[in-house]
Design a protein around this ligand. Structure first.
Ligand code: AMP
Ligand code: ZN
Ligand code: FE
Ligand code: FE
Length: 280
């Protein structure tokens, strides 16, 4: 029973429509897939309708941008109330600042490369969360780089002089808000060192105290040693262990279903959240 709990659609920076993510999950032989777009639940309706049509189970989710003492982290949220006002307000604040930040990154890049903000907007669907991958797509369209990989290897990574961060709420606060909204907070790829500084075991303990319920252990950005260490920590703290692809369509090398979650962990996750929100 293959289960993939982390994917992106065109509601954020994936390249598939939400329905196409479901179709890809189906083609890969998955039984359960979560849609976890950055800071939005805008893809839930379309993904849900397609999941019902195809007989794939959908766990509606989101990947919420957060920080722990200035270190950027991503909190996956599953089965939460998408209309809970406080959580929604934090996601809206992030989404708005992502637009301002993308404009500022483009201002910097425009000094050295042919690029305008409207070029970026052409790459973003209506209501979608703006991110660096859309800037990458505009750079590709303008012939500056060949693909998103090259853009992130050169101009867009966090060590680039063109890079700027965006607003992100405190991760402990987000864990509490997700719980209050009936959802299950799971920390995403927290040992992905190539993205920048990573949080400590003590930070993870603090997040668990705030209500975080799981650790995404099996992810392509984690080496084997990191996975074993995180698995032991999850056991110690009685946290869920998940695995997932972080699929972005053709925007990243990640293949849907390349990492998966064990059925007993999914069962626990659903019971800890709001089971009625699963689309069967
Ligand atoms: P942002 O949310 O705007 O800071 O952009 C980060 C997003 O860019 C993450 O969701 C990643 O999935 C994506 N990303 C990071 N590195 C790469 C890469 N090498 N190729 C494609 N996408 C990437
Ligand atoms: Zn992404
Ligand atoms: Fe992420
Ligand atoms: Fe992701």
């Amino acid at each position: 029973m293959p289960i993939d709990l982390h994917t992106h659609s065109r509601a954020s920076d994936g390249t598939d429509e939400p329905a196409e993510v479901i179709a890809a999950a189906c083609a890969a032989g998955l039984d359960v897939v979560a849609l976890t777009d950055h800071d939005t639940t805008a893809g839930w309706a379309q993904a849900g309708a397609e999941a019902r049509r195809r007989g794939v189970a959908l766990i509606p989710g989101a990947e919420i941008s957060c920080q722990v003492g200035g270190i950027g982290v991503h909190m996956l949220a599953y089965l939460h109330d998408p209309d809970e006002p406080e959580l929604l307000a934090e996601m809206e604040r992030t989404r708005e600042d992502r637009v301002a930040r993308a404009r500022r990154i483009v201002d910097r890049l425009a000094r050295d490369y042919p690029l305008t903000y409207p070029d970026v907007l052409r790459q973003v669907d209506d209501r979608a969360t703006v991110g660096r991958p859309h800037i990458a797509d505009a750079l590709i369209a303008n012939g500056v780089v060949a693909d998103r990989e090259e853009a992130f290897a050169t101009l867009l990574n966090s060590r680039s002089p063109y890079y700027l961060p965006h607003y992100a709420p405190d991760a402990g606060q987000v864990a509490r808000l997700v719980r209050a909204a009936g959802g299950v907070p799971v920390i995403a790829h927290c040992r992905a060192r190539h993205r920048g500084r990573v949080i400590t075991d003590d930070d993870i303990r603090d997040l668990a105290d705030d209500g975080m319920l799981g650790i995404e252990v099996d992810h392509r950005d984690h080496a084997d040693a990191e996975r074993s260490q995180l698995r032991a920590l999850a056991k110690d703290l009685d946290l869920l262990v998940t695995g997932s692809s972080d699929y972005h369509g053709t925007g990243k090398l990640n293949r849907i279903g390349e990492n998966t979650t064990a059925p007993d962990q999914l069962e626990r996750l659903i019971a800890l959240g709001t089971p009625q929100r699963v689309v069967w």
